[in-house]
Structure formats: C-alpha cells, structure tokens
Write a protein that binds this ligand. Structure first.
Ligand code: SF4
Length: 208
C-alpha cells in the first residue's frame, strides 16, 4: 500500500466501520457490540488475541487490559517493552473484535464460534493489509490457527517463528490464568523461547 498518511486514513475509515458493525448481533449471537482495538498504521508489530473480555468491553475499552492482559504485558516486559512502550508501538486487535459474552457455565468468556470468526475475518484481513506489520504475534489457539492452520499443536509452535505471507509469525499461548497450558514447566520454557525471539526482533520494529 501507499504512504503512511494514506494508510492512516484507510485505517481510520476501517475503525469507524468496525465500531459500527453489528453483524454478530444481526446473526443472533449474544455478542456485546463495540469493537476493541488500539494502535495505528505506523506499528511494525501486530498482536492478535481471541476476543476482548468484559473488562475491556464494559470498562477500559483498551485491548488486553483485564487479568489476561496483565499477564501478556508481563510477557512483553520480558521481551523488552514496558507496557507503555508496547501499547505505543504495537497494533493490538483480535480475531473477533467484540466481547462474545460470558461462557455457558459462568466461568470465563464464551469462545467466538466459527461463524462469528468468519463474519469478523474481513476486518482482520484489512487491518493486516493496511498496517502491513513485519511481525505478527497471534495470542491463543484461535488466533494462531488463522496463520498456521487447524492441525497445529501448541507445543509444536510456541517457541518458534514462521514465515507466512512475507511476515514473521511468533505464536504465543492465551495468557488467561484459566489456561492450564501456560503453567507447566515445559510450556513455560516454550513461552520464554518465544519471548526471546520477540526480544531479538524488537530493534527492527520501531514504528515508522
Ligand atoms: S465481532 Fe466483528 S463481525 Fe462481530 S459484531 Fe463485532 S466487529 Fe462485527
């Protein structure tokens, strides 16, 4: 795409469309309207989560600002960014941009269905095309499979980087405390390896 100024303008237009979107509600899902994302077209790294949670939807309106976000920010500190630097330098979004609502049993959030992910996919495709980041860090399985396909095992991909469509993809697990995966010693090692990859890449990721 063209100059940074033109990309910023295209992104502002896309953000307005995302904020106004009600496709999931119109399709009958209990999704809470209000797309959550942050950052601009100058970012060279994009973080893609699963979906915002209730803290983001009803409180801060800032991605990754609930309990899972706190853990993610601790990981980013390990990768060399303070939270303030990270929020300034990264474009942060999600596979589905709106809070899907609580899970059935009242524990955790409802995972967005395949249909909701499909409805929201064109927005993510446009964000990637406009921001055009060098590095993408998909956070959690739903975001990782978008780049690496459904058949992946977290243990095989966390701690590694991949070239996908000319970008470097560095997968991270979901940082939710409810995720048992991230707590085992072997998987902690994999996470440390992934953060070391990001730390090595960081010098080339200053915003334009
Ligand atoms: S999750 Fe995506 S497709 Fe669904 S209403 Fe929100 S912005 Fe629209």
């Amino acid at each position: 795409m063209s100059s940074l100024e033109e990309r910023q303008a295209a992104l502002r237009k896309l953000h307005a469309e995302m904020r106004a979107c009600r496709k999931c509600q119109e399709a009958g899902f209990p999704t809470v309207p209000g797309a959550i994302f942050s950052g601009d077209a100058s970012a060279r790294i994009m973080i893609i989560g699963q979906a915002p949670g209730k803290v983001e939807a009803f409180g801060t309106k800032k991605p990754f600002s609930g309990p899972a976000g706190k853990r993610l920010m601790r990981w980013m500190e390990e990768a060399g960014w303070t939270e303030e630097e990270f929020r300034r330098e990264a474009y942060i979004t999600a596979v589905t941009k709106c809070f899907p609502g609580p899970g059935k049993n009242g524990r955790g959030d409802r995972a967005p269905t395949a249909r909701e992910r499909e409805l929201c996919r064109p927005f993510l495709e446009r964000e990637l095309a406009i921001v055009d980041p060098e590095v993408v860090a998909p956070v959690g399985r739903l975001a990782i499979v978008y780049f690496l396909g459904n058949s992946i095992r977290l243990a095989d991909v966390i701690g590694h980087s991949f070239q996908v469509d000319g970008r470097i993809v560095v997968p991270l697990p979901h940082p939710s405390g409810a995720s048992a995966w991230a707590n085992s010693a072997a998987n902690q090692k994999r996470i440390r390896k992934a953060l070391a990859i990001l730390r090595d890449l960081r010098p080339g990721l200053r915003p334009e």
